[in-house]
Ligand binder design. Sequence first.
Ligand SMILES: Cc1cc2nc3c(=O)[nH]c(=O)nc-3n(C[C@H](O)[C@H](O)[C@H](O)COP(=O)(O)OP(=O)(O)OC[C@H]3O[C@@H](n4cnc5c(N)ncnc54)[C@H](O)[C@@H]3O)c2cc1C
Length: 477
Amino acid sequence: MNSIWIDVKESSEKQLDSNIKREIVVVGGGIAGFLTAFRLAESGKKVTLIEAETLFSGVTHNTTAHIEALQDLIYSELIATSFENAKLFFDSQQDAISEYEKLVAKYNIDCNFKKVDSCLYAESEDSFLENEFQALKDIGSNAEYLHSPTILGRTVLGAIRLPNQAMFEPIKFLSSLPQNFEIIENNRVLDINFNKRIVYTSNAEIQAGKLVIATNFPIINFPGWYFLKMYKSTSYAISIDKSSDINGMYQSDPENGLTFRNYKDKLIVGGLDHRTGRDDKIGKFDRLYENGKKLTENGDSTHSWSTNDCITFDNLPYIGYYSKKSKDVFVISGFNKWGMANAMIGSMLISDMINGIENKYEKLFSPQRKKHGYLSMFKNMLCTMKNLLIVPILPPFKSSKSLKNDEGAIVFHKGLKKAVYRDAEGNLHICRAFCAHLGCQLNFNCNSKTWDCPCHGSRFDIDGNIICAPTVKDIKP
Ligand SMILES: Cc1cc2nc3c(=O)[nH]c(=O)nc-3n(C[C@H](O)[C@H](O)[C@H](O)COP(=O)(O)OP(=O)(O)OC[C@H]3O[C@@H](n4cnc5c(N)ncnc54)[C@H](O)[C@@H]3O)c2cc1C
């Protein structure tokens, strides 16, 4: 499983083997952390970015890279509680697109950046689309409503079209920006003393003046309590060759939950979201292929990949002070699977906050904002309690002996509960059954062949190595 985007080689061989002191430390080298470090460095700050693996190897490497303000049904949901927030959010996403355009021109970046229209369409029921269009109209956007249009080769009930959105090659874009700050890769942050802003790795400590947590899911549990304020959702993507030009970006209705775009002569189809760790149906990639194949000349699937992103209960990201306890620790997270535009706008916001510059989006994205979605938050807490307290004491149905080849499950192995995967050759890969973050029982994802946490979305490979935060420890036996 590997995404279509290029891999980035380690950009620094810097080792961290003695304690250091730095003005600003950004933890996490995905799009959010990297753009924040870049912005701050451009404003004259001395910045150090610390990344557990290599730059952009996390969720960012697995995006489908639509940069757009049309995002599922967000405006009808936001406008239901605040007209002002819906309008501001739309403006923020449009500002992000303009900023990408400026940076691509300024640094002459060859990353297939292309302005295109985006379409959200409905096949069987379009009342949700009309509500979304009404909200987009009310906030003054230039969206259009299309009745019975032909979308991706067939007539559908309706569609919203938003012009002048963008798509690009994310890793080429990011790796072409000036790296005008210190980068330390292959150093996982294992702990943070929040009050003293000391970052601990396995070999050394960094004393930070200011700290930005950009680890996708925040790794500090207290203060902040992000583990109660967010969860993770997994999605899948494939690329298919011999594609026709579909002329833009598309999102199907939420029920089908598919996205489409071209990349060179290929078609990228994404979607089939589900809460991480809570779906074990096989065949996700086959379903994506079936949906995309007809738009190609019987092309083959060239890449397939999957990852997860953070979901907030009021649909807005968390960008700003990590907690009201400190004005020196910041967070950038909760992108709801729309991190391309949100990371750009978030990086500008954090840079402004650190530089003492007023920013009109500070209140909108503030992690300390008055929250909506308390009911969803409560339901989420109950589910988490179930996976933390009840599921771990239930006996497993299987033993490791009963596993078929290429099957993984929580089983009894030598009298203990373990996460065991039997590979195609029949070898057993044995890991601990509980997440190293807060102890929820893991589930096997048979599509991506990963151990996924149903509570907060940490992910591990079949040998127990960390793939996704918030965990900072692996589950090797
Ligand atoms: C399948 C899929 C398709 C998507 N498509 C789109 C799209 O079309 N458009 C869009 O706008 N958004 C899309 N998104 C969302 C978008 O890709 C993400 O929101 C964005 O990439 C998240 O970036 P990030 O920097 O927060 O996370 P990451 O890229 O995961 O960066 C976090 C980094 O922190 C590092 N890290 C973690 N823990 C530690 C630690 N303890 N110490 C040091 N480093 C650590 C990780 O190694 C990682 O590199 C998609 C998401 C998915 C799942």
